[in-house]
Design a protein around this ligand. Structure first.
Ligand code: MG
Ligand code: MG
Length: 260
């Protein structure tokens, strides 16, 4: 199903997007060496509840996970890249953490992910890999707009990832967003321009380039949820929810403050 928001619904989407951005930014600021992944989950839960929003994750039970997820945020560390189930682990200096959050507020969902390195040690390969996913995300946003095709967006994202030398996994990618978290159209992280669904104003899309340093193969952790690189190499993931507008695309989940 593809949902198109009416112009009067767009302000609600902006509100949800701003909330997701604020929560992620706040979690990023509070996270330090020694922070436990379960603390981050607890902080996320309290901010979601305080805002009167609903987690899209707690009851989420898709075919590919050992559902329901039962937590409020995905915390993927180092070789974990997607669907990281929070567990009792304290973050160490130099850990690469991806936080992925989706909530529903006023009937509209927003979905965003950010990757960063914790502590003083900032390995340059990790920072470069994160930067590539952010650049690919920006390229995807720039390619999105009314009349553009899903393939144009996928191609823009995939070009940045592959030019940077990363193999691209096509099992998981971006997606439509609306009253629920995952909707059509699927937005793969590689594709052919001029193909696929034609974007129109009022469509919300979550674009989410992610990479693993040296493989396209995922393995599922024993927890039944966390997806890791098959080689144990590090990974990175960046995601924004965007709204297709009359003349382009608007990022709904852009943080208003830089990370402190
Ligand atoms: Mg997400
Ligand atoms: Mg998503």
């Amino acid at each position: 199903m593809i949902e198109i928001l009416s112009p009067s619904e767009l302000p609600r989407a902006r509100e949800t997007g701003a909330l997701v951005a604020d929560i992620l930014q706040s979690l990023r600021s509070r996270t330090a060496v020694g922070t436990n992944l379960l603390d981050i989950d607890r902080w996320a839960r309290s901010m979601i509840v305080e805002a009167g929003a609903t987690s899209c994750y707690v009851d989420y039970a898709p075919s590919f996970g050992r559902g329901p997820f039962g937590h409020h945020i995905c915390t993927s560390v180092n070789d974990a890249v997607l669907h990281g189930l929070p567990h009792d682990r304290a973050l160490a200096d130099g850990d690469l953490l991806s936080l992925d959050l989706a909530v529903s507020l006023g009937g509209v969902v927003a979905d965003s992910a950010v990757s960063f390195v914790v502590g003083e040690t900032q390995p340059s390969e990790s920072l470069a890999m994160i930067a590539v996913t952010e650049r690919a995300l920006a390229a995807g946003v720039a390619a999105a707009g009314p009349g553009a095709r899903v393939g144009d967006v996928s191609y823009a994202i995939g070009s940045v990832l592959s030019e940077a030398g990363f193999p691209i996994n096509t099992q998981f990618g971006g997606h439509g967003v609306g009253s629920t978290m995952h909707q059509d159209p699927h937005v793969a992280n590689t594709g052919r321009p001029g193909r696929g669904y034609t974007l129109r104003p009022g469509l919300l899309l979550a674009l989410e380039p992610w990479v693993m340093a040296d493989t396209a193969e995922l393995v599922t952790d024993a927890d039944g949820w966390t997806l890791r690189s098959a080689t144990g190499s590090r990974t990175a993931h960046s995601e924004h929810t965007i709204a297709i507008t009359g003349d382009g695309a608007e990022i709904l989940t852009r943080p208003t403050q830089p990370p402190s």
